[in-house]
Write a protein that binds this ligand. Structure first.
Ligand SMILES: [Fe+2]
Length: 181
């Protein structure tokens, strides 16, 4: 298991050695103005460009039980960047996000299922199979952790993705499979 699991991780600002310039560039963008589509597009392009030029195999810390979360950095306002390492069959819970959630698939193959609130539960509105470098972002309501509901499953032997959030992603609400209509 990866040693930097959430329960061990200090939520204080941090920056992982070797990723200072990536984080500096990212934080410049995220603090360039209020969270909006143009900032989202800039974050997406920035991370896509990074993963195209920096393979993430130094994060080869896989687990049969779950994807592993490897913090790259976080600033005092709560923005954070995390590399996730995946093995085939690793799957997230169905979960929601803070105001900004951006995720970039760097290598491997993934299934992404996107849900929306429906009646008392949720319904599946989009299903994407991703097998190339691909960036997605979603902007929701500030101060809420019920934005952009999805579930990600790894379909390839191994895979990596790089995620950027405007706040601690683990505050995102988790939803039960039984809530799917
Ligand atoms: Fe997510």
């Amino acid at each position: 298991m990866n040693k930097i699991l959430q329960e061990d991780f200090d939520l204080a600002p941090c920056m992982v050695a070797g990723y200072e310039s990536f984080m500096d560039g990212l934080l410049n963008i995220v603090h360039s103005g209020p969270i909006c589509e143009s900032v989202g597009e800039r974050i997406k392009s920035y991370v896509l460009d990074f993963v195209q030029n920096h393979p993430l195999d130094s994060f080869d810390c896989f687990s049969d039980e779950t994807y592993t979360r490897n913090y790259i950095g976080r600033d005092k306002s709560g923005w954070e960047a995390i590399v996730m390492s995946w093995k085939k069959g690793n799957r997230t819970a169905i979960h929601a996000h803070p105001q900004f959630a951006g995720y970039t698939f760097a290598d491997g193959e993934f299934l992404v299922e996107v849900f929306e609130p429906f009646k008392e539960g949720i319904c599946l509105v989009q299903e994407m199979t991703i097998s190339d470098i691909h960036g997605v972002y979603a902007i929701g309501k500030a101060g809420k952790y019920n934005n952009h509901i999805h579930r990600i499953t790894c379909l390839s032997d191994t895979a990596h993705s790089l995620h950027v959030y405007s706040d601690d992603a683990l505050k995102g609400e988790k939803l039960d499979e039984q809530m799917i209509y």
